[in-house]
Design a protein around this ligand. Sequence first.
Ligand SMILES: NC(=O)c1ccc[n+]([C@@H]2O[C@H](COP(=O)([O-])OP(=O)(O)OC[C@H]3O[C@@H](n4cnc5c(N)ncnc54)[C@H](O)[C@@H]3O)[C@@H](O)[C@H]2O)c1
Length: 390
Amino acid sequence: MTIARDLGHRIHAFADPAPEAREAMGTIAGDPGPLEFETGEALLAEPRLADVAVITTQDAMHFEQASAALRRGYHVLLEKPAATSATEVDELARLAREHDRKLILCFVLRYTPFFRALKGAIDDGRIGEVLNIEATEGVGPWHQAHSFVRGHWSRTAESTPMIVAKCCHDTDLLAWLAGSTVTAVSSYAECSHFRPDRAPDGATDRCTDGCPHLGECRFDAHRYLTDQRRWLEMVRPDGPDMSDEEITDWLRTSDWGRCAYRCGQDTPDHQVVSMRFANRITASLTMTAFDTGRRIRVHGTAGILEGALHADGRGPWIECRLHEGETDAVAVEATAASGYGGHGGGDFGLIDALPELLTGASSDFTEGHRIAFAAAAAAEENQRRSPAGG
Ligand SMILES: NC(=O)c1ccc[n+]([C@@H]2O[C@H](COP(=O)([O-])OP(=O)(O)OC[C@H]3O[C@@H](n4cnc5c(N)ncnc54)[C@H](O)[C@@H]3O)[C@@H](O)[C@H]2O)c1
């Protein structure tokens, strides 16, 4: 919302059941004060109030709210993933066509200078014909524990499968970079580390229950008081203002104070996905909790493009290595956001592109979702046929 306001968009109305969230949105929106609603449903029951509805609720709410917004005549800017199944995703695309509205997904990575430069380098043909793409999404150990073990995306039934929730960005990018539609997807997923049999001996159910491993366990929840404090604001609007005492009390009762080895989540901590596209490009995606940042390698008949977005503590970089020729750096425009702030410049890039996206040809958001949901189904089927250790 801050970026939208700064780029000259007017916020006409907003909705959130949490008073702190409404207060924060009111401050960002400034004067004249927008209309306030306690739920998105109440807002969408009103006649259309603006050109675009921006929907940033949790995954399980997206389908109903985006459907209602499209029926009300809004263009929709929707957080990813669009819905909780591939069928619902297709239905949203159908509704957008029926109502002649744009449905734009927050696939912000497409709008980063890094992926724009990579796409440009592929499209200008410098590595010849693209044959294969290898991508890795390093979730990061603490991010995994915070979001996918202790947090909002730890149970598929309450959100979406992790490969969808976390990696529909990556599957969307792969389809976009390959410039084709997928014809086959296979996948394997495992949870190898965040499981009860990997808990340190004598670990208590909550870090605050006098666990003997405080300070030495890297998932000690007390790190929310120190070097991992920034994660609080992702789950508590008042996070930045909480005192040490308030945080400690919260750890005693909230999901984020639980031992990361005993959360009963159903998410994998590593998954591989293989894809074949209609234009014969093959691709693979590795999602792992134990790396940080995105890495990618594009193999062409004349050379290789290789790069990483905020992996190994480095800024984004891309290199082009020709089989018969020089190795050159591919320029990636610098962004104002430091580190991975604003998704590597993608948040700004998406809102900046919004006027063009609203008037230009619709950009497909279904293919990446289709791949991610197919990967989730394939991994489940493979697990059923051959359980871990089986
Ligand atoms: N594009 C990206 O890279 C990216 C990054 C992070 C999160 N996300 C996605 O953004 C979405 C939101 O994630 P989050 O971490 O901000 O979640 P969150 O839980 O912090 O925020 C959701 C907000 O929705 C509000 N809400 C609940 N019910 C509502 C209702 N009926 N009407 C209106 N508001 C309601 C909640 O009070 C809360 O403020 C998720 O789908 C997530 O997957 C996308």
